[in-house]
Write a protein that binds this ligand. Sequence first.
Ligand code: NDP
Length: 256
Amino acid sequence: MDGLFSLQGKVVLVTGASSGLGAHFAQVVGMAGARVVVAARRVERLQALAEQLRGQGVEVLAVAMDVTCRESVEAALDAVEQGFGTVEVVINNAGIGGAARALEVSEDDWRAMLSTNLDGVWRVAQAAGQRLVKAGQGGSIINIASILGERVGNGLSHYCAAKAGVIQLTKALALEWARHDIRVNAIAPGYFQTEMNDAYFESVKGQAYIKAAVPMGKLGQLPQLDGPLLLLASAAGSFMTGAVLAVDGGHLVSSL
Ligand code: NDP
């Protein structure tokens, strides 16, 4: 892709690329010309995605990464530096779901949620940021938050707290890293059907909820994230930092 939204030759890391939004993002940035690094724990899935992308002419590297573990994150970034060089764009997408009422959520479930969905985003952003600063290069970090970082839902106190943290973290990093020419922004998706929520959105209850709660009356389709993603990743968004883009069919502005 030429022009404003091009990622030609850029090294772009996508975490949580073994399914859902992340696998889709890898494809999108690959089609925009990026050299793509796909990362997650399920390496066999990454290999399959990498094969598919190579078939489409994309340069791609698959690396094992557990975002809850500093050693794993650093080892993955070391491998990327050897293969491709410094990561210039990070799509910080890895995350887990899960529902538990606030009176019942266990210590383990709370910790797992925060450890992946908030600490993991911080850990990958910090490790990538440190390497960019050391290399004297600018970059773009895109954190995948959620509309549940701004509003709340039943049984989701841990998820909402983690995603609200991601939004504030995005703004705080944007402030501190502007001097290094590292832009930090977030996308707050509404509801998109993936492995995380498949069962619910296949159910009559899930479908009725979407019709009633989302002003546009439907689930998002993954390609509807492409424009905002490329905007934040590319030179098209070169004066944007600290922004949170909701892509939600109006869900955040639903009537109270
Ligand atoms: P999926 O369950 O389809 O994908 C989640 C991805 O995260 C998987 O690739 C998984 O890979 C990876 N992951 C989970 N834990 C770790 C870990 N410890 N280390 C590395 N990777 C990990 O979910 P989605 O695609 O729906 O979600 C992607 C992101 O989008 C999440 O942050 C989610 O909160 C957010 N989001 C999703 C919405 C939706 O409607 N789908 C709405 C709003 C936000 P593996 O298991 O192989 O490690």
